[in-house]
Write a protein that binds this ligand. Structure first.
Ligand SMILES: [Fe+2]
Length: 387
């Protein structure tokens, strides 16, 4: 009985398309006459043949380098079906042709279910048809290899592009970060220059930042929150840049009219940094750093839970520095008196938890001696907001 695929034809022998090297073919048949005859035909067509006499031997020599496997079905020991099962486990995806004598539908179905690519009837009577089947199987193998190589190349290319993109993204983030830092530092420099023009306000921003960071760390704030707190403190009085300096530096208490002007600096400050969208939270803190817990502050009269923790910290740090810094028109308070003053304003002006954290770190922090503060004033010490 002839297998349906083995139709008689008149095709001449051809090598597989675009094949540069001989195909490597493994042939396994326990009948040496058949094995040698098939091997000779294959060699005649220019293929490189590795003949083996059993399934076990075939598995020993089989590598991924082969392009085609020709398997006899009936063999002692491992038969063709057992052998193809073992071959399948290796995942080489090499086409397997079964050599079959008198064909049977049962064999054919079993072979196809096991992944056989085609059948070759023995003895080989039609060389052209045999060659067509061999070449078709080799071309299938070439297609598999080409597809695999293409997939591997594609994966490698995607991986390389992904890496390149990640590196560019990182550079972009660094560039963006540098730009952000540069923008903020420019503003801070202007603000510091303004402060330095007045001996009574010099170093105020740096001191407020330092106090606020002490409180923030004492309260266990996350690093991201500390960074925001740091920037907000550095920028908190930036609105004073556009207020008449003579008003700020004026010796003695301000008139009502002057107070109206000074009270605009939180809103002006927020407006100055508003174009820098990455400073949104800092902007809100700048706007509200003169609010009070009882809602009697300015500019919005917010109170209680309307004020976030960072704002509450800045108000305490800012007020403490105002109390302890010398002004031309009044004597500054010492640390103890200032803490007493802060405590007396708990719940009306300040958050109690923030004040108590500050009081405890002031006790512990020996760096707040007059000498240390002088040093801070001269060198600055914004610890987090650096490039
Ligand atoms: Fe202020």
């Amino acid at each position: 009985m002839t297998h349906p695929l083995l139709v008689k034809n008149n095709l001449t022998a051809q090598q597989p398309m675009n094949r540069q090297e001989p195909a490597k073919i493994l042939i396994t048949d326990d009948d040496s006459l058949v094995r040698d005859a098939v091997a000779k035909i294959l060699e005649m067509f220019g293929h490189q043949v590795s003949p083996t006499g059993s399934g076990e031997e075939a598995l020993e020599v089989l590598t991924e380098d082969f392009d085609l496997i020709i398997l006899d079905i009936n063999m002692p020991g491992m038969d063709g079906f057992d052998t193809i099962k073992e071959i399948n486990k290796r995942g080489y995806d090499i086409p397997v042709l079964f050599l079959t004598g008198a064909g049977s539908m049962e064999y054919a179905i079993k072979a196809i279910n096991l992944g056989a690519y085609d059948f070759i009837q023995k003895p080989i009577e039609d060389i052209d048809l045999f060659n067509v089947k061999i070449n078709r199987a080799i071309e299938k193998r070439m297609f598999v290899i080409k597809e695999k190589t293409y997939t591997e190349d594609l994966e490698a290319e995607v991986a390389a592009k992904t890496k390149e993109l990640a590196e560019k993204n990182k550079l972009l983030q660094q560039y963006s970060h540098h730009l952000e830092v540069a923008s903020v530092n420019t503003i801070i420099t202007l603000q510091t220059a303004l402060e330095e023009k007045d001996q009574y306000t010099a170093g105020h921003t740096n001191r407020v930042t330092h106090y606020a960071m002490l409180i923030g760390r004492s309260m266990g704030l996350a690093q991201e929150e500390l960074a925001i707190l740091d920037r907000a403190c550095q920028l908190h009085d930036v609105g004073k840049l556009v207020i008449d300096v003579s008003c700020i530096q004026k010796p003695g208490p301000l008139t009502d009219e002057e107070w109206q002007l000074v009270r605009k600096h939180p809103v002006i400050g927020e407006n100055i940094i508003k174009p820098l969208s990455f400073l949104e939270r800092e902007g809100a803190i700048v706007r509200h750093h003169h609010e009070r817990l009882d809602g009697k502050g300015y500019p919005d009269g917010l109170g209680g839970d309307e004020l976030d923790l960072l704002t509450k910290i800045v108000t305490v740090a800012d007020s403490y520095d105002a109390m302890t810094s010398q002004r031309s028109y009044r004597i500054n308070l010492n640390r103890e008196d200032a803490v007493t003053e802060l405590r007396s304003c708990i719940d009306s002006q300040f958050d109690g938890e923030v004040v108590e954290h500050f009081a405890s770190v002031l006790e512990e922090d020996s760096t707040l001696s007059q000498n240390s503060m002088q040093e801070l004033q001269e060198n600055g010490f914004s610890e987090l907001f650096t490039t």
